[in-house]
Design a protein around this ligand. Sequence first.
Ligand code: HEC
Ligand code: HEC
Length: 338
Amino acid sequence: MIEKFLVYLFFSFALWRTVEEEPPFFVPSDWPEPSYYFEGNPLTKDKFALGRSLFYDPILSRDSTISCASCHIQFSGFTHVDHAQAHGINGLVGTRNSPVLINLAWLDQFNWDGGVGNLNGHSINPITHPKEMDNTMEEVLKRLNNSPFYKKRFQEVWGDSVIYTPYLLKTIAAFTVSLVSADSKYDRVKNGKEQFSVQESKGYRLFQQNCASCHTEPLFTSGELKKNGLSYDVEFKDAGHALISGKKRDSLLFKVPTLRNIEFSYPYMHDGRMKKLKEVLQHYSSIPKSKVSVSKELKNIKKPFTDEEQKDIISFLKTLTDKSFLYNREFMFPKEER
Ligand code: HEC
Ligand code: HEC
């Protein structure tokens, strides 16, 4: 009897340990392999937890007022619903809408213009951007190295008594790469657990015919840069990928955003110019022929969509809402003793 109990104790302890050791990242069944190079930054529960602390900590910004989460708020899919363009330090306003942070492990280019090729290095951009956190890496490292709270935790994760830039960047990436959303109604329908309504089914069919070539399932983005027919915004003069490549023909090429949790990630587009999904559908319904350049996938789009069809597509898009992601406790502001 006692032996049985001991065996039971042993296994429950082992199970508890493995549960504790697991960071929340996972690859949903039938999804493609992630493109993130996990061997270069092995995930652990502690690294994820430390990345989470940093994500929510304004210590990264020059005047300690802005954290990553100021612009990337969980319940909107890690974007910022109040602002069309990002608001950073001293209330300064950038030119672009904060993108959602969802399923980043499957992407290999970042930012609206695809200007960053590696998630590990990405955080340097917001930390040093004059309108976002306006800090220097030297200053951030100094603060972290002077903080007993962070020093101890970095030591546990990286086995080093000094915190260096790669540790910091890879730790933040351990958090952002773990933000997997794959539990929407759409996913449950695909897994045979639920069914679409008649309207959602009609919307899904229209979506597959007209949108999925760029907003490709199951990620709802092909991860590529495309022109979706938006007019050039004279206020921001944002030419998209042309700013990176310097080539005129890349003007207005933007990264195809995922549509997962799109119901809550408004406003839409790189500059947040559209507040409602209805406006998005009206846009795709009325891209002027030959006036603006569009990628080939949009040349054969059904036009215009009737009011009914627009509503059908929107009802399908709402099946991409994943409440268990938007309210996942593991991604929230961490409660911790300092
Ligand atoms: C002031 C608002 C602001 C702050 C603070 C901020 N971001 Fe962002 N983030 C943005 C904007 C705007 C973009 C798009 C930038 C672009 O396209 O040039 C972006 C892009 C990203 C991307 C690329 C996503 C994609 O799909 O391409 C990641 C990842 C990201 N931010 C993570 C972070 C992290 C981590 C922090 C904290 C270290 C942070 N951000 C701080 C506004 C912000
Ligand atoms: C040629 C590829 C392409 C096709 C086809 C396409 N889109 Fe897009 N979509 C994009 C790109 C690129 C953007 C981002 C453009 C920007 O911000 O400048 C975008 C943006 C969006 C957004 C805003 C997302 C956000 O987070 O801001 C929604 C919603 C959307 N598309 C829905 C659709 C629907 C619905 C269809 C079909 C009717 C469709 N798209 C067809 C490429 C495409």
